[in-house]
Write a protein that binds this ligand. Structure first.
Ligand SMILES: *[C@@H]1O[C@H](CO)[C@@H](O)[C@H](O)[C@H]1NC(C)=O
Ligand SMILES: *[C@@H]1O[C@H](CO)[C@@H](O)[C@H](O)[C@H]1NC(C)=O
Ligand SMILES: *[C@@H]1O[C@H](CO)[C@@H](O)[C@H](O)[C@H]1NC(C)=O
Length: 342
């Protein structure tokens, strides 16, 4: 590993963003340059689009610090980091997600990263979300994972989707090697002990024409923050449309309470290829308001996921970290930030 000094000019670039629509707090963040990560000797010499591992993440100002840490963790634990291609989806409707500035931020910290940025016009998403479930945590960009097959170029046939509040502590190549047998479209860790009833309303379960969708399936909860997706099968099965149909129904009758997750469960639960639980140790965000910390689930860990209300960088800044937040801290690339009211 060779550490290059970052060009001073680029470091002066500021990321100015409105962190949340509700509060008028503006944040300027500068990030350090990450070390250069080289391929091991036995890696394919160059990553062509077909030998590469393709990773999709959304990129927006609010979660930028999380995304930067996630990228670093992927590279650091990969045996062939130069064979990874990142695909970042940004929103065209949020001022703070200006692709040019985000590109400069990524390049400053990761000058060697193979990546693409896709501005996603998500202005139509609010029209698909019922206002009752919309919240600050449920931004239109949250729904980008539904549109990966449309956003990414056709030659990308398999994608790993990752949320921005994750840290890998294992080689992503292992996850990328997940087999999708029998025409399965999606692979993710499944949790069959979770009470599946909880994710849908009594209105849904009491309507036989709706609940029939789970007949002859063994539906289990899965978290959409870590998914391996066969994009060719997704495209040929038009799964984006299938998910949208449930979202349109939700606008007319309340069949679930949460945001982007239930439509995925409706379309895919019981039909996915399982992935070892170690690849999504989720729920570490716990509950910010009650200050609850979560522990790891039993078993080995390859990926830590701070899903839930609390984020490790927020708790670390506040001086009230959860014990597991100290596992996130070593990947934090933040150099400095200025918070001010605008
Ligand atoms: C996004 O789409 C909307 C509706 O189709 C359009 O009015 C708007 O101009 C588009 N925005 C951008 C940035 O392309
Ligand atoms: C694929 O489907 C066949 C027939 O339904 C089944 O016997 C087999 O176990 C499945 N394979 C996997 C890996 O799920
Ligand atoms: C799951 O939750 C529903 C609704 O809260 C309840 O009626 C049902 O008994 C629960 N099932 C199990 C297996 O705990």
């Amino acid at each position: 590993m060779i550490h290059h000094k970052p060009p001073l000019l680029l470091l002066i670039l500021l990321i100015t963003t409105a962190i949340a629509a509700a509060s008028a707090t503006t944040i300027s963040q500068q990030f350090k340059e990450a070390p250069k990560f080289d391929n091991a000797a036995d890696c394919p010499p160059t990553a062509t689009d077909t030998t590469a591992i393709h990773i999709a993440m959304t990129l927006d100002a609010t979660y930028l610090r999380g995304s930067m840490a996630a990228i670093l963790s992927v590279l650091q634990h990969s045996s062939c980091p130069q064979n990874i291609i990142f695909h970042f989806i940004t929103s065209t409707t949020t001022f703070s997600s200006d692709p040019t500035r985000l590109r400069a931020t990524i390049t400053t910290s990761f000058p060697y990263l193979n990546f693409h940025i896709y501005p996603f016009n998500d202005s139509f998403i609010p029209g698909l979300i019922s206002t009752s479930i919309r919240s600050a945590l449920d931004t239109p960009l949250n729904y980008a994972r539904t549109y990966l097959a449309d956003i990414l170029p056709l030659h990308v046939t398999k994608i790993i989707y990752l949320d921005s509040d994750i840290i890998l502590v294992d080689d992503i190549a292992t996850l990328a090697a997940t087999l999708l047998p029998n025409d399965t479209v999606l692979a993710a860790p499944e949790y069959c002990n979770a009470n599946f009833t909880f994710y849908f309303t009594p209105t849904f379960w009491s309507n036989p024409s709706l609940s029939v969708t789970f007949t002859n399936r063994n539906p289990c909860y899965f978290n959409t923050g870590v998914m391996v997706i066969d994009l060719q099968r997704w495209r040929s099965g038009d799964y984006t449309r299938k998910i949208e149909e449930w979202m349109e129904l939700q606008k007319r009758m309340r069949i679930y309470e949460l945001g982007s997750l239930p439509p995925f469960l409706l379309v895919f639960a019981g039909k996915i290829a399982p992935v070892n639980h170690r690849w999504n140790q989720h729920g570490l965000g716990g509950d910010n308001y009650r200050g609850l910390c979560r522990d790891l689930h039993p078993g080995p860990v390859s990926l830590l996921h701070w899903s839930g209300k609390g984020k490790p960088w927020v708790r670390l800044d506040a001086g009230r970290p959860c014990p597991l937040d100290t596992l996130w801290a070593p990947y934090d690339l933040l150099k400095s930030q200025v918070l001010f009211d605008s």
